[in-house]
Every structure is written in structure tokens, then in C-alpha cells.
Design a protein around this ligand. Structure first.
Ligand code: C2E
Ligand code: MG
Ligand code: MG
Length: 401
């Protein structure tokens, strides 16, 4: 789905072909590391190469991101200095890369080559050692993304992240805890919602420092709540991404936070999604057991949206499942959704799992859930995610009543 055309600035011109040939051999050696095993690399002659990357998926913007990642790896690999055996000298060479995307067979090969050439030409014009997309929209999307990545990289030290808290209540509307939800307020731009930056943070590895910050904040908050009898029963649920969960020292990280804050670990709930859990179930189960041994709790987020294989519900040491908001939304109109929610409630009871419904916005939805025995609720009806200052104002009032 991606065609790239590379241009390695020729040393031939200045050094004679012997050196040039060696450089080409060295270039060839560097390919396998930077492109996927299923991708095709061919030398078109001269200093031009073409890479055909397949299976980038159906989603165009996701494919563009992937294509960019591959192109970036190639650009970096080819940009490393070359030490040629013949004379021991070091050469610097850079690659300009033009990229175009295609679906199976919708465009003729020669047209694709032309598109890649146009993009390559633009890459060279932009000062070489660059990547350009044929499609201007794609180019723009890539540029926006890289600007956002740059900004996100500085969000932590610039104090632009904030943790919001959304109330969770029991059947009688009593506050039982909160879900911690990230908010990003860039200094010179509009606030960015998590759906727009969590993926980027995951793709770039930034989710690791950001996730660690979230955990630290949440544990600090639990510590504060723990000292007051009015709040010491409250729990905080924290969303944890796959990459974060699989870090070698994740268990240690959690343990460090528990030690630092001396919180009751049972008040900390780790929210995992099905996509984290399903991929490598045994490994995940093992890690979950290690964490459970520290005393923390687990909640399965967005339940019902993935494969919802029932077998893993028994194999994983879960404490709670969260009924996804998409089912809750249409509970009162869509008999299928109503049936699914009823089934989840019955099933979780018989498996001895806690359950919470998320995205509860209306009284009808709450009533339906209530009638069917749902023990806990989260949604705009009870409160939106809010900064801690507002949380304190809101709930202190209720506590005093
Ligand atoms: P999620 O964990 O499923 O969080 C629930 C989302 O539903 C939140 O969106 C919340 O604001 C929204 N929501 C809550 N009640 C209602 C309601 O009644 N109606 C509607 N329409 N929406 C409601 P938000 O805050 O935009 O977060 C989106 C997603 O971003 C989260 O989904 C979670 O997957 C991810 N996320 C947020 N914070 C973090 C974080 O600290 N770490 C990681 N890894 N992911 C996070
Ligand atoms: Mg969640
Ligand atoms: Mg959810």
C-alpha cells in the first residue's frame, strides 16, 4: 500500500564508481533493519530505490502514519555515516523520500511511480533528507501529527497536563469513587481531548512518562482522601495502556507509588481494555496476579466492545467490569442493547464480579440499570470529569448536607 522512492545522493560523481559501488552495497545492508520483512525493496538503478510496503491496513490515515514511520526509519538508517572498507573514510549521505499510498489495484503502476516521483521531487526541494507525501492532505496530516508530537513531548515539563476526576456512585447515588481522566491544555492552542492524543502518546512511547505521571497524581490524591473519614472509602480508577502495563518494571512502579503514599492499595483500580487483555492472555494474567498480590484492584474497561470472550473473564483476576457506554446509550430504545446489558449484569453477578455502567446520561438509563440490579454508575447524569478544585467544591457540599 505504500510506494516510496528514495534517492541516495551519489558519491559516484565525486569519488569515482568504485567507492560509489561500495556505498551502494552498504546501503543494501542497511535496508533489512529499517523495512518490514514483508516489504519489497528494489534498486531501480543509479541511486534510486523503491520500497513497496504492504498490509498497512484499510484506514487511510493510519496507513499514512505507518508509511511515515517506515520512511522515517529508512531515512535515519541511510543517514548514518558510512565507513567504507576500501579507504577507511567516513562518508555522509542522506536520503530524500517520496511516498504515495495505494489500495490493491486502483492505480496503474506507472502512475504510482509518477506520484512517488512528484513527492520525491518535493522532498529534494525541501532540502533533501526529508520525507514528502504525494497527497497534500496526507502531507498536512503528517505535519500536524509531528507538530503535535513535538508539543506533547513538552507537555509534562510545561505543566500542561491535568488529571480530571469523574464521580462514580452506588445504587443510592452515594459517591464511591472516581475515574481519573487525562486532559491536555497546550499553552498556545485549544485543549486536546484524550481521544486525540492517547494514541499518539502510545505510538511514540510518550505514554510511559505520561502514564507514570497519571499514576503518581492519582496515588497522591488517594493519600489525601485517605486521611479524612469522609473520603477514605473512595477509590480511583486509572486507565493503563498496553505498553505501560507490559513495561518490565510496571509492578515495581505501582509498588513504589504505594510505598511512597502509603495508601490502601485496594483503593487503586487499574483499568485495562480488552485489547490489552486479549493479546497474550497468559502473560497478562501472570502480571495481573503479581499486581493483585500488592493489593490493587482491576477493572475491565469498555466491556462488550471487543471480542468479549467469556473464557478470559474466568482466567483473569478481575474485580470489576465496566459496561461500555455504547450499550448504555440506547438501553431504553434498542432491545438488543437492553438484552446485552441485562446479560452482562446477570453474568457478572454469577461470576462474582463487580460491575459499573459508564456513560449514564439520563434518568431513564439509570432506572433501567437500577431495575436490573446494576450496583454502580458513572456518567454525566452524576457528574462530568472535573478538576480536583471543582470536585472538592461539588462534593464537600454534599458531604455537609
Ligand atoms: P474511557 O476510559 O472509556 O473513559 C470514559 C470516557 O467517557 C471519558 O472520555 C469520559 O469523559 C466519557 N464519559 C463519561 N461519562 C460520559 C457520559 O455520560 N456520556 C458521554 N458521552 N461520555 C461520557 P475522555 O475523558 O475523553 O477519555 C477518553 C478515553 O481516553 C478514555 O476512555 C481512555 O481510554 C483514554 N484515557 C483517558 N485518560 C487516560 C489516561 O490517563 N491514560 C490512558 N492510557 N488512557 C486515558
Ligand atoms: Mg476508563
Ligand atoms: Mg470506557
Amino acid at each position: 500500500r505504500m510506494l516510496e522512492r528514495d534517492h541516495c545522493k551519489a558519491i559516484n560523481d565525486t569519488q569515482g564508481t568504485g567507492t560509489g559501488d561500495q556505498l551502494l552495497r552498504e546501503v543494501a545492508r542497511r535496508w533489512p533493519d529499517s523495512v518490514g520483512r514483508e516489504d519489497t525493496v528494489a534498486r531501480l538503478g543509479g541511486d534510486e530505490y523503491v520500497v513497496v510496503a504492504e498490509r498497512l491496513g484499510k484506514d487511510e490515515s493510519a496507513a499514512a502514519m505507518q508509511a511515515e514511520t517506515i520512511a522515517e526509519k529508512v531515512r535515519q538508517a541511510l543517514g548514518e555515516p558510512y565507513v567504507l572498507a576500501a579507504n577507511g573514510q567516513t562518508y555522509h549521505s542522506t536520503a530524500s523520500i517520496g511516498v504515495t499510498l495505494f489500495h490493491d489495484q486502483d492505480v496503474a503502476v506507472d502512475v504510482l511511480f509518477k506520484q512517488a516521483d512528484v513527492a520525491l521531487y518535493q522532498a529534494k526541494n525541501a532540502g533533501r533528507n526529508t520525507i514528502r507525501f504525494f497527497n497534500p492532505d496526507m502531507q498536512r496530516a503528517i505535519e500536524l501529527r509531528s507538530a503535535m508530537e513535538h508539543a506533547l513531548r513538552h507537555s509534562l515539563q510545561n505543566d500542561e497536563l491535568k488529571l480530571y476526576y469523574q464521580p462514580q456512585v452506588d445504587r443510592s447515588g452515594r459517591l464511591i469513587g472516581a475515574e481519573a481522566l487525562l486532559r491536555w491544555f497546550p499553552a498556545d492552542a485549544e485543549p486536546v481531548p484524550p481521544v486525540k492524543f492517547i494514541r499518539l502518546a502510545e505510538d511514540t512511547g510518550l505514554i510511559l512518562p505520561i502514564g507514570a505521571w497519571v499514576l503518581e497524581q492519582a496515588c497522591t490524591q488517594l493519600k489525601r482522601w485517605g486521611t479524612d473519614p469522609a473520603t477514605n472509602t473512595l477509590t480511583i480508577s486509572v486507565n493503563v495502556s498496553a505498553q505501560q502495563f507490559h513495561q518490565p518494571d510496571f509492578v515495581e512502579q505501582i509498588w513504589d507509588q504505594i510505598k511512597r503514599t502509603r495508601i490502601d492499595p485496594a483503593k487503586l483500580k487499574i483499568e485495562l481494555t480488552e485489547s490489552v487483555v486479549l493479546d497474550r492472555v497468559e502473560e497478562v494474567a501472570k502480571r495481573m496476579r503479581q499486581l493483585k498480590a500488592l493489593g490493587v484492584a482491576f477493572s475491565l474497561d469498555d466491556f462488550g466492545t471487543g471480542f468479549s470472550s467469556l473464557s478470559y473473564l474466568k482466567r483473569l483476576p478481575l474485580d470489576q467490569i465496566k459496561i461500555d457506554q455504547s450499550f448504555v446509550q440506547d438501553i431504553s430504545h434498542d432491545p438488543n442493547d437492553a438484552a446485552i446489558v441485562r446479560a452482562i449484569l446477570v453474568m457478572s453477578r454469577s461470576l462474582g464480579l463487580e460491575v459499573i455502567a459508564e456513560g449514564v446520561e439520563t434518568v431513564e438509563q439509570r432506572d433501567f440499570l437500577h431495575e436490573n440490579g446494576c450496583p454502580a454508575y458513572q456518567g454525566y447524569l452524576f457528574g462530568r470529569p472535573m478538576p480536583i478544585e471543582q470536585w472538592n467544591r461539588t462534593w464537600r457540599l454534599n458531604v455537609n448536607e
